[in-house]
Design a protein around this ligand. Structure first.
Ligand code: MV4
Length: 504
């Protein structure tokens, strides 16, 4: 067997907390599946505890002593009669040993087979597997080469290069090298870091792709060999490898490119006999060349933007797939309609280097209305602590066009009130007021290198950018082509009156 039970189950243990535990609960309840929550001492009053059919305490606040302890979860499964486990994201979601342990315990793991997690979790194995399936990978070396071979390879690829940890992921254990004389130190430092972080000091080199966008393809794979793609998500707006804003579709992806990237992503998943929901990350350069980066073998934080533009409930599909059901639609039936943007609302201060802010949330007023979805696990009285990550909620806005999604996002951010901790809402408001965001002119360096909370774009520039975006979509153009010429020259804004007329 492949280490994965695929069969009917009636009671799901949700091995997670916060908004994602709520999200999984809702999908289970929709399908009439019983739910079991687990919680640490810090989460006694959390909504996932109240909304589940049963809930069990699994220990003190540190995840190491609660949410990460497989034996405690298995004990709760036994006591409650749960016959399946959904890991959410983070915690145990991408530990192949945990998926295998579920199998050994006769539990359905609602996720991919352990072997797929293992291969995709090792960069060298992942690159070899997908390359063999014809997927374009970033030029790079094998792992564990001697320094002399690395120096030779780097010279041949050309600088800059990236030293990457074989066991790393999501940017952890990655070091840029711009000059040959810096390579030896970078390699040594990366090895030390990787050993400390992952217990595996293996590293390799990749050519650095500069000024690229981070675009990922959402996949669903059933246990009958059918793999479908649900289009892309644009995830370039991040800071220190923490995504801040995601959207679907991407500004730079045409329908032709979407189908091309989708087909490549499907091939990558098939290369490891993937089952369940998963995501292939690509780097897309200015010439629209795209390169496989890694696969996330889990449900992702940003899955809602894809749900809104495809109309497909990804968590429901995960549950159906784990039950052995077939995907009910064909690739041609999956259409991307409209536009969705997600802002991650974090307890951190954008005016002070995104310093984490802890304390009690005294008041929270959540926006709603047309095209607004909020996924959250917090409540008045919730304590933001260093034990868990700082995301308070996800604010997701949908519109017929990107412009409409932006306008709804602005309105919703304005309605949002959170008191007791500092949040990054001002950052998002600032981004929704920046003509570079509105016109889609950004890549992975934007937040860290080009964005400042102190800059303000003139209101008429913004209005023009929004109108241009709306107009561009009506005409199938890229708004950046319209907004870019003289965008900052407000005195000579000859487009402005033309687009302003479109509004009437
Ligand atoms: C890269 C890259 C440029 N060239 N690899 C960061 C997260 C991890 N998934 C891989 N990452 C990158 N790999 C090559 N060969 C640039 C990044 C990168 C990045 C990728 C996606 C989103 C944000 C990023 C921010 C900095 C660097």
């Amino acid at each position: 067997m492949n280490g994965l039970h695929i069969r009917r189950f009636d009671k799901v243990l949700i091995a997670n907390r916060g908004e994602i535990a709520m999200r999984v609960l809702r999908a289970c309840h929709k399908l009439g599946i019983q739910t079991v929550a687990v919680f640490s001492d810090a989460d006694r009053n959390a909504p996932h505890v109240r909304h589940a059919d049963e809930a069990y305490c699994i220990g003190p606040p540190p995840a190491r002593e609660s949410y990460l302890v497989a034996e405690k979860l298995f004990e709760v499964a036994k006591r409650s009669g749960a016959d399946a486990i959904h890991p959410g994201y983070g915690f145990l979601a991408e530990r192949s040993a945990f998926a295998q342990a579920c199998y050994n315990e006769e539990l359905v793991f609602i996720g991919p087979p352990p072997r797929a997690i293992e291969v995709m979790g090792d960069k060298e194995m992942a690159r070899a597997a997908v390359a063999a399936a014809g997927v374009q990978i970033v030029p790079g070396t094998a792992a564990n080469l001697p320094l002399s071979a690395l120096q030779e390879a780097a010279a041949e690829m050309g600088y800059p290069v990236l030293v990457k940890a074989v066991a790393g992921g999501g940017g952890k254990g990655m070091r840029p090298v711009y000059r040959s004389q810096d390579l030896p130190d970078a390699v040594e430092a990366a090895k030390r870091e990787a050993l400390a972080a992952f217990g595996d000091g293996s590293i390799y080199l990749e050519k650095m792709i500069t000024a690229a966008r981070h675009i990922e393809i959402q996949l669903l794979a059933d246990s009958h060999g059918k793999v479908l793609h649900l289009g892309e998500r644009e995830c370039s707006l991040q800071r220190r490898h923490q995504k801040l804003i995601e959207e679907a579709p991407s500004f730079v992806v045409s329908e032709a490119l979407r189908q091309k990237m989708g087909a490549v992503a499907v091939a990558a998943a098939k290369a490891v006999d993937y089952v369940s929901a998963g995501t292939i990350e690509f780097l897309v350069d200015r010439d629209k060349n795209f390169y496989f980066l890694e696969m996330n073998t889990r449900l992702q934080v940003e899955h809602p933007v894809t749900e809104l533009v495809t109309g497909i409930d990804i968590v429901t599909e995960q549950l159906r797939i784990a039950r052995g059901r077939k995907l009910r639609f064909a690739q041609e039936e999956i259409k991307v309609k409209g536009w969705a943007i997600e802002c991650r609302i974090n307890a951190e201060d954008p005016y002070d280097g995104f310093l984490p802010s802890t304390g009690m949330i005294t008041t929270i007023q959540i926006p709603s209305g047309p095209g607004v979805r909020v996924d959250t696990g917090v409540y008045p009285g919730y304590e933001v602590t260093p034990y868990y990550d700082s995301m308070i909620s996800k604010l997701i806005c949908y519109g017929e066009t990107r412009g409409e999604a932006v306008l709804r996002m602005r309105r919703a951010l304005e309605e949002y009130r959170i008191m007791g901790v500092k949040t990054n809402i001002p950052f998002h408001q600032h981004m929704m007021d920046s003509h570079r965001f509105i016109s889609g002119q950004f890549d992975t360096r934007f937040v860290e290198e080009r964005f400042s909370m102190d800059d303000r774009d003139a209101p008429n520039v913004l209005e023009a950018a929004i109108l241009a975006t709306l107009a561009a979509h009506q005409r199938g153009q890229q708004a950046s082509q319209i907004v870019a010429p003289g965008a900052r020259d407000t005195s000579n804004w000859k487009w402005y009156s033309r687009w302003a007329q479109l509004r009437r």
